[in-house]
Ligand binder design. Structure first.
Ligand SMILES: N[C@@H](CCC[C@H](N)C(=O)O)C(=O)O
Length: 266
């Protein structure tokens, strides 16, 4: 079975052709994303080639759960199609709708790509978390679900817990029927935020495309920061542009093709 591995600011993905999955998506994700016993990744993008040259992506997290989309994963696939097929503009279907990607700089194997990420929906919300109490934040939908908290601590801790510990609790709390991604956001200035990510289905990651959009849109709507932002995660910075609440957000960041190979025994 052929695979490609790519990453965007350390958020890493395997890319497999949908045709090889044969309904084993969840099983393959759990197996191949394992970092000690297989290739290792935060998720798998299954790339389906449809009639008329259209593409469709199904994203499975490392725990085998299926998500609506990934921002970084989508960009990794766009980078792969740029490298392997010379496509500099590509629209990729996802369960959250189509995402148009444009290569704005190619320095193989690193591609800088701008993606249209849909219209974020931001709703301020306080949740009552068992054993923790009331947690103020925002539910944000950018195609997939996010809960964004604003923090002021140096280490992104909140409510007396590390962000990893609190992120795990929020991500799996039953009030989120389908689970949620969680971001801990610090506003550094009108034009810059820094954040940490606890991802539904894989835990802490060094970057997230949808997490970048969720954190940025929450900061724009609820903290009045600029509509063009630099959003810094542990794996690097991405840029977001959101002219108004009704418009599509654009996300720009890198994606790097790491390797391609064959999985033994499959
Ligand atoms: N890292 C991704 C998001 C992947 C999906 C997420 N874990 C979910 O379950 O919604 C990104 O870059 O957006």
């Amino acid at each position: 079975m052929d695979f490609v591995k790519a990453h965007a600011c350390g958020n890493d993905f395997l890319i497999l052709e949908e045709a090889v999955a044969q309904r084993r998506h969840a099983e393959l994700a759990k197996k191949l994303c394992s970092r000690n016993t297989s290739i290792g990744a935060d998720g798998i993008e299954f790339l389906e080639r449809r009639a008329g040259g259209e593409f469709f992506l199904r994203l499975f997290n490392a725990d085998g759960s299926e998500a609506e989309l990934s921002g970084n994963g989508t960009r990794c696939v766009a980078a792969w199609l740029a490298q392997s097929e010379g496509l500099t503009q590509v629209t990729l279907g996802t369960h959250a709708g189509k995402r148009a990607c444009t290569v704005i700089e190619a320095s193989d194997p690193v591609y800088t790509i701008e993606s249209e990420m849909g219209v974020p929906r931001v709703m301020a919300r306080a949740i009552d978390l068992p054993g923790v109490g009331i947690v103020e934040g925002a539910m944000v939908n950018v195609g997939n679900p996010h809960f964004v908290l604003f923090v002021h601590t140096d280490d992104f801790s909140a409510h007396g817990m590390s962000w990893q510990e609190l992120g795990a609790k929020i991500s799996t709390d039953p009030m989120f029927a389908h689970g949620t991604n969680v971001e801990f956001v610090k506003v550094l200035s009108k034009s810059e935020i820094e954040f940490r990510i606890f991802e539904r289905g894989c835990g802490p990651t060094t970057s997230s495309g949808t997490g970048t959009c969720a954190s940025s849109s929450a900061a724009m709507v609820l903290r009045g920061v600029d509509r063009e932002l630099t959003a810094i995660a542990q794996g690097g910075a991405q840029r977001t542009v959101w002219p108004s609440n009704q418009e599509v957000m654009r996300l720009t960041g890198p994606a790097e093709i790491i390797c391609a190979g064959k999985v033994a025994g499959l």
